[in-house]
Ligand binder design. Structure first.
Ligand code: FES
Length: 63
């Protein structure tokens, strides 16, 4: 699924960018361009970043 229509960036690319170390929407935008145009995808990007952060925190809670 394309998350950022302006830049044509699919969900898989954004997930890969987050997995490689992006921690904010600005990081994601800088790396792959998603969110750097009209901003309509900002909420979706923020949610993906937040979910990834939650997954890391949840994993950290178990250790
Ligand atoms: S849809 Fe992502 S910047 Fe426009």
């Amino acid at each position: 699924m394309i998350v950022c229509l302006c830049r044509g960036v699919p969900e898989q690319t954004i997930q890969r960018v987050i997995a490689s170390g992006a921690r904010t929407v600005d990081d994601v935008s800088r790396i792959c361009g998603a969110g750097s145009d009209c901003g309509a995808c900002y909420r979706a990007l923020a949610e993906m970043v937040r979910e990834a952060e939650g997954a890391v925190c949840a994993a950290g809670d178990r250790t």
